[in-house]
Design a protein around this ligand. Structure first.
Ligand code: G4P
Length: 540
């Protein structure tokens, strides 16, 4: 295993751009809460040589927190709210790892992160199997044909039979599984995992303090030493392996890349077990950045000219400095210090020399970056989610979703004199995607929309700590907020005139219909057949 920090050397010709792009691997780690995503993230960083030791996983009593957890709310509640981007170099590849909030209340953020990666690593708790949040996340992956690597975690516990787990993943998630490793035993009788491709078993060695321990290797499924040490487990293992080899789906890298087949690994993240298998799969099988469809043409990652899309805005990552960072996924070409960029949405040009790269809370100034990399650009609210940056071309790169909110609140100020601050704060939080903010056309009260209830808590806390605004949130009778478009400008204007009271604009200025009840919505849909009511919107 070779690890070193990412080298920063300017590359200016297309051959070098191509080889730099080819060694990029960008993936998101997804799971239902508690499956072990944070633990595995830390271990990947540790084995990737990016951090020396794993910080204690969030939610524990220790003062240290997981490297990818930086927000106060996360620490207090023990959940990941924001998505961290981390980069490290491993075995000749530059790996961009994007953490995602597991809690369903923050799933919107996760969906956006999934648009910025080329592959996903799905973590399943072996005792629980497929859980609700995993189902939703996999739907997004499937819709985009994202290749998925599966890690079945917690084999050091008494868990469900592995064959049952594989069946469940295939049936419930609709992804064909190809086991690359297979466990021998579980819990106290867990001997380790047998690698189907290498025909060997790496002995399980509990403990989380070691990184490079000498591992004991047993060759062949009929290994006598294993049989002697784990007689009962070994017998069941032989039966299972026969099934896996006979009736199982063989691994096919093309089918994996098409999002049809998932290589499956078993392990125990907390015990550092199975983590290296994942890193190896990422390097060997996960795709390099792929072409992206723009409105006018296909954008190829190895084009020499830079293009990138903002998929996330985050304020105050550094509590010492009030800052606002746009996370940009580079879609083509090369970023270099001092590059002249065009912000396509405003048409404005600017010289960018302050882009940063991340190692969770730590950041450093970036010298060069290539397609597949995630870079951070500090700005004061000019960059919004879905915005495109190029070296001059007017490129429309879509595909970042915004979901119709299901919960609605009206903010109430404790101090009415803070109305101006509240307005400014909500504008920022709306643009950041923390919450959806709707300004009514009739000048009525501003309304907040969320997908999950915890989003309001995050907003309340941030209003207070970052903007000095104390607010409470009052429920409001709204059934749904749907974005509306019409066949012609004229029709939209007519609709707007007739439904003035029920319309609002969101942070991006898009027209939204606020339906108080399902009946009102159905009536409007019937009455205005040429108007389309959308439950999702792509950032433009
Ligand atoms: P998440 O980010 O997906 O929400 O999960 P996280 O890594 O926080 O892990 C959830 C819990 O599962 C943690 O326990 C963690 O220690 C435990 N865990 C993770 N991987 C393994 C594993 O391989 N084996 C076992 N047995 N447990 C694992 P916790 O109860 O939240 O904290 P603590 O009691 O361990 O301190």
């Amino acid at each position: 295993m070779s690890t070193k920090s990412v080298a920063a050397s300017a590359v200016h010709n297309s051959t070098d751009t191509r080889s730099e792009v080819q060694r990029r691997r960008s993936f998101a780690i997804i799971s239902h809460p508690d499956a072990g995503k944070t633990t595995l993230t830390e271990k990947l960083l540790m084995f990737g040589g990016a951090i020396q030791s794993a910080g204690t996983v969030k939610g524990r009593k220790s003062s240290k927190h997981a490297t990818s957890d930086w927000m106060e709310v996360e620490k207090q509640r023990g959940i990941s709210v924001t998505s961290a981007a981390m980069q490290f170099e491993h075995d000749g590849c530059v790996i961009n790892l994007l953490d995602t909030p597991g809690h369903q209340d923050f799933s919107e953020d996760t969906y956006r992160v999934l648009t910025a990666v080329d592959a996903a690593l799905m973590v399943i708790d072996a005792a629980k199997g497929v859980e609700s949040q995993t189902i939703k996340l996999l739907e997004v992956c499937r819709a985009r044909n994202t290749p998925v690597i599966t890690f079945i975690n917690k084999m050091d516990r008494e868990v469900r039979p592995p064959l049952e787990l594989i069946d469940e993943i295939e049936d419930v998630l609709g992804v064909e599984c190809s086991p690359v490793t297979w466990p021998l035993g579980m819990g106290k009788g867990f001997a380790g995992v047998y690698n189907v491709h290498d025909d060997q078993l790496v002995r399980f060695d509990p403990g989380q303090d070691h990184v490079h321990t000498e591992t004991e290797i047993y060759k062949g499924v009929h290994n006598q030493a294993l049989k002697a040490e784990f007689p009962i487990e070994h017998e069941a293992f032989l039966d299972e392996i026969e099934l896996v080899n006979g009736a199982g789906t063989p691994f096919d890298v093309d089918r994996f890349l098409a999002g049809e087949l998932s290589p499956v690994f078993f392990g125990s993240a907390i015990n550092n077990y199975g983590v290296q298998d994942i890193l190896k799969a990422l390097v060997e099988w996960a795709p390099a950045p792929r072409p992206r469809a723009a409105e006018t043409r296909t954008v190829y990652p190895d084009e020499t000219r830079f293009s990138g899309i903002v998929f996330k805005i985050q304020a105050n990552m550094d509590p010492q400095h009030r800052d606002r960072i746009a996370f940009v996924r580079i879609c083509s070409g090369q970023y270099f210090d001092g590059i002249s960029m065009k912000h396509v949405q405003s048409g404005k040009k600017f010289r960018c020399s302050q882009a940063i790269t991340f190692m969770a809370r730590d950041r450093s100034r970036l010298q060069t970056g290539f397609a597949g990399d995630i870079i951070g650009i500090q700005n004061h609210g000019r960059l919004k989610i879905g915005d495109v940056l190029t070296e001059g071309e007017n490129l429309e790169l879509g595909g970042i979703p915004y979901f119709s909110p299901e919960l609605f609140r009206i903010p109430r100020l404790k101090d009415p004199l803070k109305a101006k601050q509240l307005k400014r704060a909500l504008k920022e939080l709306g643009e950041e995607g923390t919450i959806q903010v709707f300004e009514r056309l009739d000048g009525g009260e501003v309304m907040l929309g969320a997908v999950g209830i915890l989003q309001f808590e995050t907003v309340a806390q941030r209003l207070e700590s970052e903007f000095g605004v104390n607010a409470t949130f009052e429920p409001v009778n709204i059934h749904k907020a749907l974005w509306v478009t019409a066949e012609t400008e004229q029709m939209l204007k007519e609709f707007e005139r007739a439904n003035h009271r029920r319309l609002a604009r969101d942070a991006s200025g898009s027209l939204t219909f606020l339906a108080p009840t399902r009946q009102v919505l159905e009536l409007a849909q019937e009455k205005w057949p040429s108007v389309t009511f959308h439950t999702t919107r792509e950032y433009r």
